[in-house]
Design a binder for this molecule. Structure first.
Ligand code: KG4
Ligand code: ZN
Length: 390
């Protein structure tokens, strides 16, 4: 089986073709084509992601990226006679004229590829950006009649922990996992703890009341004059400071909600505390930046580890999954792994760095589980949902 994944929820335009082969009970998974085009450089100038700019970039890039991905997957076969694109397609794509132009120039030239389903991110994310991916998927469906599976982006991050990075190049089994599982999803838009009884059976048991953790990283980075996205920048400085093994803490930041009875988070106060700290200083030197970065990362990590420990103690789970862009952070990774080591019967799965940030492979994989579970698929009557929840 081959599933085409499409991801356009934020500032990455991504397309992947996931091939599932071999023994049906224990299949192999391979990304026979996988492309991600990041718009980070374009948005970095503005210090954040601009929805309409993201939409325009997706419109421009989707068809070239599809072409590249199909090519890598060896699925391009020139059409013997130019096929027609459906009559109503121009009207359908009237809000994405650039996408229509690229679409009508490329798609009729190739034969319908051997793809069984199209999985596309429905939400959550930036609605204008989501719409482009969805309309593209629908246009492909109208032309090739391949069924579409709308996918929740957060389910994509959740299942990404099951993939080995080797799947990007060769056929691999998934990591073994047992339910019930707890998933910690930490990204630029989300911070949530999810209890999973099965794929698609999710309950959010904790979430942020204000800023997402990646958002806090990005905002604090901005205050320190560091470029977008802030996560990698702050973690680099924090690591440099950590290497010094300095036991002094020149700045002390709060650990918001660390002892609250629930599993919720709050990072807005932490961000404001950084702002006040900076305001009191006559000058921010490189040394001070490193010290603040480390204290901020320590605060965030302590809260995450404490809340995950509490969540594990309250729920008899067999697996812990972590997903989302922020788990690229080595210190957070290591701290969570160390905490979970103490639980002998719990397995922790964290995706390799290559698949932590937004990609379409995880969307295709979530689509695969939807097919396996016979969830409602096909049909064109679904919309982008910026606030879609698990
Ligand atoms: O999952 P993702 O690619 O996009 C969303 O769905 O939001 O996550 C992006 C977020 C950004 O806020 C970025 O600053 C953060 O992940 N991030 C990191 C690191 N790398 C990326 N945060 C902390 N440490 C990192 N190393
Ligand atoms: Zn994401």
């Amino acid at each position: 089986m081959k599933i085409l994944g499409i991801e356009t929820s934020c500032d990455e335009t991504a397309i992947s073709i996931l091939e599932i082969s071999g023994d049906e009970k224990k299949p192999d998974f391979c990304a026979i084509g996988n492309s991600v085009l990041s718009q980070i450089k374009i948005h970095a100038e503005y210090g954040g992601v601009f929805p309409n700019l993201a939409k325009r970039e997706h419109s421009k890039n989707l068809v070239p990226i599809l072409k590249e991905t199909l090519n890598k997957a060896g699925l391009i076969e020139e059409s013997k006679k130019q096929s027609e694109i459906p009559e109503n397609l121009q009207k359908f794509l009237e809000r994405e004229p650039e996408l229509f132009k690229h679409f009508s120039e490329f798609i009729p030239k190739i034969e319908k590829p051997k793809i069984d389903a199209i999985a596309v991110t429905q939400g959550p994310g930036l609605e204008p950006a989501l719409w482009v991916g969805i309309n593209f998927a629908k246009a492909l469906n109208m032309t090739w009649n391949i069924p579409i599976i709308p996918v929740n982006h957060m389910e994509g991050h959740l299942v990404s922990a099951l993939l080995h990075k080797e799947s990007l190049n060769k056929a691999q089994k998934l990591h073994l996992m047992q339910f019930p599982a707890l998933a910690l999803l930490i990204s630029g838009g989300h911070t949530e703890i999810v209890l999973a009884e099965d794929f698609s059976k999710y309950k959010i048991v904790g979430k942020t009341k204000d800023d997402a953790i990646g958002e806090a990283y990005d905002k604090v980075a901005r205050m320190l004059g560091l470029p977008y996205p802030g996560g990698p920048e702050i973690s680099k400085l924090a690591e440099e400071e950590r290497q010094k093994n300095n036991i002094e803490r020149p700045f002390v930041l709060p650990r918001p909600m660390i002892h609250s009875k629930d599993l919720d988070f709050s990072f807005a106060g932490l961000k404001t505390a950084v702002l006040y700290t900076i305001k009191k200083l006559p000058k921010i030197t490189e040394e001070i930046k490193k010290q603040i970065a480390k204290e901020f990362e320590d605060a965030v990590t302590e809260v995450l580890v404490t809340k995950m420990k509490k969540a594990i103690d309250e729920n008899a789970v067999k697996t812990v999954l972590v997903g989302g862009g922020v788990i690229a952070n080595k210190f957070i990774r290591k701290s969570l792994e160390e905490m979970i080591k103490k639980y002998e019967d719990i397995n922790i799965l964290i995706p390799d760095k290559e698949i932590t940030t937004d990609n379409a492979l995880m969307i295709a994989l979530a689509g695969y589980f939807a097919i396996k579970q016979e969830r409602k698929i096909g049909g064109l009557d679904f919309r982008a949902e910026g606030n879609l929840s698990l």
